[in-house]
Design a protein around this ligand. Structure first.
Ligand SMILES: CC(C)(COP(=O)(O)OP(=O)(O)OC[C@H]1O[C@@H](n2cnc3c(N)ncnc32)[C@H](O)[C@@H]1O)[C@@H](O)C(=O)NCCC(=O)NCCS
Ligand SMILES: Nc1ncnc2c1ncn2[C@@H]1O[C@H](COP(=O)(O)OP(=O)(O)OP(=O)(O)O)[C@@H](O)[C@H]1O
Length: 245
């Protein structure tokens, strides 16, 4: 299975590009969604974060108040590193689990959409690496417009990540998202047909068929076996990652 790394800076347009991949039938694992799941009320990640940051980061319903925690960690690098360390094993194992499920479904090419691909040193697992780049001013404006955040908050979030120019220098393929959405779609088509092909990754028509092989009747017993196997692998990985940190 080929794992294409899709990264960039905050609000550089990763989700917009991953939406285009999905529209072409390529499955996407979204690390932000995994990171949200591992912080839901009652999960292991939630327990660790509440024990460390205190109950004042909770809403009345017991869920983490994400804007509040965001404000704490994006204005204090030490606290951000602490949060990263607490959640990293859960996020890594969640990502692994999603990829494993797609592999079982027979997917040949998937996209891993992850903002911290380089920072978390996960780039060694992905090839090619696509970086969605924008100039700093456009990034700031889009971030403030999308999140309704102040300039200070937006700058804090941008500065919490490796610079986009540095990420661009590490990319196999760069998508420049400074222009309009239509221009982005054109860039994306070029990447599909020229970029990925020049890396001998795959044929476009294979990309479209990269997921969901047709269902075969009477597969239930095998699926059950797979279910138990994957539960085992999931728990084992979680244990492994927890011990590694
Ligand atoms: C601090 C939290 C609660 C703020 O939540 P909020 O809903 O406001 O933001 P959201 O999770 O949607 O993230 C938005 C963007 O912020 C950036 N970002 C998130 N966490 C981090 C981080 N630890 N370091 C640098 N950038 C980050 C990413 O570009 C992400 O796409 C949340 O971001 C979080 O739990 N972060 C730690 C987990 C993590 O590292 N997530 C990144 C995915 S690997
Ligand atoms: N080419 C474009 N022209 C105008 N707006 C755009 C363009 N590309 C993306 N946007 C907008 O910019 C904002 C950020 O894009 P998006 O959410 O895709 O970024 P992201 O990299 O996934 O961000 P995050 O790291 O926070 O998940 C969104 O509101 C999106 O609609």
């Amino acid at each position: 299975m080929r794992i294409v790394g899709l990264t960039g800076g905050i609000a550089s347009g990763k989700s917009t590009v991953s939406g285009l991949f999905k529209a072409h039938g390529v499955p996407v694992v979204d690390a932000d969604i995994v990171a949200r799941d591992v912080l839901k009320k009652g999960t292991g990640g939630w327990k660790k974060v509440v024990a460390t940051f205190g109950e004042e980061i909770l809403q009345a319903d017991g869920e983490v108040d994400r804007p509040k925690l965001g404000q704490i960690v994006f204005s204090d690098p030490g606290k951000r590193q602490l949060l990263n360390r607490l959640l990293a094993p859960y996020i890594s194992s969640g990502i692994f689990w999603q990829i494993f499920k797609l592999w079982m479904k027979g997917s040949k090419v998937i996209v891993l959409d992850i903002p911290l691909l380089f920072e978390a040193k996960m780039d060694k697992w992905t090839k090619p690496i696509i970086v969605v780049w924008v100039d700093p001013e456009t990034q700031l404006q889009r971030l403030m417009a999308r999140d309704g955040s102040s300039e200070e908050d937006a700058r804090n979030r941008i500065n919490a990540q490796m610079s986009l120019d540095m990420k661009r220098s590490k990319a196999d393929i760069v998508i420049d998202n400074t222009g309009s959405l239509d221009e982005l779609k054109e860039e994306f088509q070029k990447v599909l047909h020229e970029g990925l092909l020049s890396l001998h990754l795959t044929q476009p028509f294979q990309l479209q068929k990269a997921y969901d092989p047709p269902n075969v009747k009477g597969e239930m017993p095998r699926k059950l076996q797979w279910y138990f196997l994957t539960q085992f692998v999931h728990n084992f990985t979680l244990l492994l990652f927890s011990k590694a940190l």
